[in-house]
Ligand binder design. Sequence first.
Ligand code: SF4
Length: 74
Amino acid sequence: KIDPCDDMTGVSPAELAKRKKLAYVNKSPIEDSHCSNCALYLPPGKGKSCGGCVLFKGPVRPTGYCAYWAPINN
Ligand code: SF4
């Protein structure tokens, strides 16, 4: 069974290309920077393990990272 965070069903080739262009990875190489503390992250819905990103469609892991990581200002 495919992990819901890896399920790209219905995600268009254009959106997959955006993800690739931003060099998204499932596991951040930087200890303190990852999707779940990025200003552009869309948190998972209730009972879901993966969220999304405002920059491209499809599932995004909280542990992920890409070239556009931006700190949350608070
Ligand atoms: Fe993750 Fe990059 Fe989207 Fe930030 S911009 S949530 S680091 S994929």
